[in-house]
Design a protein around this ligand. Structure first.
Ligand code: 5CA
Ligand code: ZN
Length: 412
């Protein structure tokens, strides 16, 4: 698929810091240790509705990862998928009496516009599930051949399922107990009660064609792919096993990332799928998780149409730590607008207090598991001093502007 417009990430003088990030599989904040090229996969949207602030917050968190790695001198090989065939897309198209392909294309186009406006550095490869069906089928065929997958005991629809124990270490990524896994599997797209499976927690790999459903001819039968295998195949085929970071919102820790990892690891006979599994907290509105199915959404495109500065959206979402579940409120946006004005005023001065220490602290806080609240506080402190007009460093306003642009992605 076509990705979106590139974003310039300027070099910032001073000493970059190696990035430490929370990893769900170990429960620890650990150093990321990429080679010359850092390899990141972040799960993309299911394009049946517009991008809301929850999605945006998640992509913005991983945009910081991308920027910090670039700051530290790494190339970043970033891959993101688009789940352009799945149940929600078909249901929405049917509800609206539309075509699921048109719906997916329209919402994906809007997503590109939103990401461009938010100055999110685009992935090198932006890959749709539909265009990946041949490679997905190839992986499913291998899983069937080595016994990690099997056909459901159902004469009418012998769909292909993954034996969740095949990798030998199922559960290491999310670390949930069985009760939690059972609950989340049922809530998040799993089918524990499907007759003919060997175990309730086995996940669908290939759904054979049902009347009226889209399907593709393949060596495993005519049908369509399950969800987790899509990301597993797309990631491994482009980044290789053991890539640096698998990212997404916390609702993907289980089942999605657990199964994506298990599918790949069952074939490789080795782990890990990714060296870090990092999850962003959920953005809520009115006390509930913002989600398409609940309908309590604030869309990025709506805010843009209302003339909201994308830099203020970034600042508002960065005011909280990326891992905490937090609420979107009008006050949050108003505060961000005020802050953005103050920052702009400060960097437009002809001089300010020396900025090297502030930039160093900005890097230090961001490199510490993306601690944006502390990074913002460090910048606020410099801005307050600058606005008192007592600084004499003529290079300082420009340096702050450059660092905010490069590291936080905000144009002042
Ligand atoms: N297509 C799959 C991933 S392969 C999917 O989950 N799509 S999605 O459109 O439902 O979500 C896209 C990303 O936004 C996921 O990383 C998801 O975890 C994240 N996300 C969804 N809702 C929220 C929310 N309220 N707050 C923060 N992140 C969210
Ligand atoms: Zn995914």
């Amino acid at each position: 698929m076509q990705t979106w417009s590139s974003v310039d990430v300027p070099r910032v003088p001073g000493t970059p810091r190696p990035l430490r990030l929370h990893d769900t599989s170990t429960g620890q904040i650990r150093p990321t240790a990429p080679g010359a090229t850092a390899r990141m996969y972040v799960c993309g949207i299911t394009p049946y509705d517009a991008t809301h602030l929850g999605h945006a917050a998640t992509y913005l968190a991983f945009d910081l990862v991308n920027r910090l790695w670039q700051d530290a001198g790494h190339e970043v090989h970033y891959v993101q998928n688009v789940t352009d065939i799945d149940e929600p897309l078909l249901e929405r198209a049917q509800r609206d009496k539309g075509d699921w392909i048109v719906l997916g294309m329209r919402e994906t186009a809007l997503f590109r516009e939103d990401m461009t406006a938010l100055r999110v550095v685009p992935p090198r490869q932006f890959v749709g599930a539909v265009e990946s069906i041949p490679e997905i089928v190839e992986v499913i065929a291998k899983l069937l051949a080595d016994g990690s997958a099997y056909r459901a005991d159902d004469p009418e629809y012998p769909d292909v399922y993954f034996d969740h124990r095949a990798s030998g270490h199922f559960g290491y990524e999310s670390n949930y107990d069985l009760e939690t896994m059972n609950k989340l599997f049922a809530e998040r797209g799993g089918d524990p009660d499907r007759a003919g499976k060997r175990h309730p927690l086995d996940a669908l790999l290939w759904r054979l064609a049902r009347p009226g459903e889209p399907s593709w001819e393949s060596e495993v039968g005519e049908g369509r792919p399950g969800w987790h295998i899509e990301c597993s195949a797309i990631a491994v085929n482009r980044l290789g096993l053991g890539f640096d970071l698998q990212g997404g919102g916390s609702d993907l820790a289980f089942p999605h990332h657990e199964y994506s990892a298990a599918h790949a690891e069952a074939l490789a006979g080795d782990r890990p799928f990714a060296r870090h599994y990092t999850h962003a907290g959920m953005i809520g509105l009115d006390g509930e998780k913002m989600s398409k199915s609940r309908g309590n959404l604030v869309f990025v495109s709506r805010l843009r149409a209302d003339g909201v500065d994308p830099g203020a959206i970034r600042l508002a979402l960065f005011a909280g730590h990326y891992r905490t579940d937090r609420a979107w409120t009008d006050a949050l946006l108003a505060d961000a607008n005020t802050r953005l004005e103050r920052w702009r005023e400060a960097v437009s001065l002809s001089a300010g207090p020396a900025a090297e220490d502030t930039v160093d602290r900005l890097r230090e806080h961001l490199a510490d598991d993306l601690d944006t609240p502390k990074a913002i506080a460090a910048l606020d402190a410099w801005v307050t001093e600058a606005l008192r007009r007592d600084g004499t460093d003529t290079g300082a306003p420009g340096l702050i502007k450059l660092a905010v642009d490069s590291l936080l992605g905000i144009a002042l």
